[in-house]
Design a binder for this molecule. Structure first.
Ligand code: G3I
Length: 395
């Protein structure tokens, strides 16, 4: 009878330990896990770790390492460009699905989830659309119909294959814009007014009832002073209103484009930001993480090392904040390696780069090892609960 009770308790304890991914403290130090990839490390937390994928690089037979890293290190992918409007519908009414379909097939073959990027954005729109609006041949009423059709066609085409959609991207202005009071900016707000945002979410939901629908933006990593120039507060207020109005929004995407020249974030500052959004009933994700640096003087190793350290630190702050919040579902890097990063072509004066976790020859950098350490060391079985120690009384 006693033995039976013990067995029941032991079995129950083992079941709880298995659920919690805990090994008993007596198991002692663990050895390195066999699968050392980022995706294996993130899987311990049910976290998806992703990358933006440059389809040209993915299909470049002369560059096999790129494809190998996307497969082996990441559990989620985002199309860096091939799901944007200018790529999907370069000519009015003629869709070019092939590059995006290929990426989705690649993801399926490699057991990866797909973030859809992006349905509504003011950049990378096809010329037929922007020019038609500019010359008056597309009216405002027709523009709204065009947007509805685009969202409906695209979401239906990929229905069931997209985990999270960036439905609306970068709708809010920045404090350095004029006026500095944060406002709805860009092509869509100018032509349709702010109502396009709620419409876009409703149209996306009608086309796919199961995809998670995100609002995505940059410089969202920490709340400011809560005043009229605080972009995070502005976005918080509007997504709160979207929720209150019954708009089908599921998540907030913080892009996470950081720069070492701007100093270091603090993990609690970032986790506070996430918590305020997830307390609204939203999921969260880091969607485009990279940490760039000035590169003009980095031939000097005394200059390079502090920048690599600062990059690793800031990558880590975002990841740790995500790990602290159970509703932070995914952590996506914006590019695999420095030879396929958007940064050097966009920031040229002064030149910037070094933004990703692999260098130009695919050597992992400090940031890569730091992300992996964060993922492996966060919680059991590698970090055990502290064991109380009693004073040694002697004999
Ligand atoms: O495909 C053309 C090619 O045919 C042409 O020869 C070449 C010459 O300029 O340009 C190619 O297009 C470029 C495209 O990337 C694909 O490489 C565009 O010029 C270039 O502007 C475009 O840049 C992309 C940028 O968005 C555009 O806004 C970057 O790759 C992409 O990383 C970047 O991603 C954005 C996110 O979508 C939203 N958040 C910010 C993030 C960084 O800007």
């Amino acid at each position: 009878m006693k033995l039976r009770r013990f067995t029941v308790v032991a079995v129950a304890a083992a079941a709880v330990a298995a659920t919690l991914n805990v090994v008993p403290a007596s198991a002692g130090p663990t050895t390195k896990p066999a699968d050392q990839s980022l995706r294996a490390a993130a899987a311990r937390h049910n976290l998806y770790i992703g990358t933006a994928v440059d389809s040209t690089a993915l299909n470049d037979a002369a560059d096999p390492k790129y494809r190998e890293l996307v497969k082996s290190q990441f559990s989620s992918v985002t199309a860096e460009n091939v799901m944007k409007w200018e790529s999907l519908e370069p000519t009015r009414g003629t869709y070019n699905w092939a590059p995006a379909d290929e990426l989705i097939a690649f993801a399926k073959a490699n057991h990866q989830l797909v973030r859809g990027h992006v349905l509504v954005w003011h950049n990378q729109l096809p010329a037929w659309l922007t020019e038609g609006v500019a010359d008056g041949s597309i009216s405002k009423t027709e523009l709204r119909e065009i947007l509805k059709n685009h969202i409906t066609n695209v979401v239906k085409h990929f229905k069931g294959k997209i985990w999270q959609w960036d439905v609306v991207n970068e709708a809010a202005s920045d404090p350095w814009d004029s006026p500095s009071t944060i406002h709805y900016k860009g092509f869509w707000a100018q032509n349709l007014g702010e109502g396009y945002i709620a419409d876009a979410f409703r149209w996306a939901r009608a086309a796919d009832p199961k995809a998670l629908l995100f609002y995505n933006d940059y410089n969202l990593e920490a709340f400011g002073d809560g005043g009229p120039s605080d972009k995070v507060q502005f976005i918080y207020n509007f997504v709160k209103k979207l929720k209150a109005d019954g708009v089908p929004i599921d998540g907030i995407g913080a892009q996470g484009h950081l720069g070492t020249q701007y100093g270091n974030y603090d993990v609690f500052q970032v986790s506070d930001m996430l918590k305020r959004f997830t307390d609204l009933g939203l999921a969260a994700a880091f969607t485009e993480v990279d940490v760039r640096s000035y590169t003009a003087t980095v031939a000097d190793s005394n200059e390079l090392n502090p920048r690599l350290q600062a990059s690793a630190y800031n990558h880590s702050v975002l990841l740790q904040a995500c790990l602290l919040n159970p509703k932070c579902l995914s952590f996506t890097l914006w590019g695999v390696s420095d030879n396929h990063s958007w940064v050097p072509t966009w920031f040229t004066d002064p030149p910037e780069g070094l933004a990703t976790v692999y260098d130009e020859t695919y050597q992992p950098k400090k940031a890569y090892f730091q992300l992996k350490a964060d993922l492996f060391l966060a919680g059991p079985p590698y970090v055990q609960p502290r064991v109380p120690v009693k004073p040694n009384k002697g004999r």
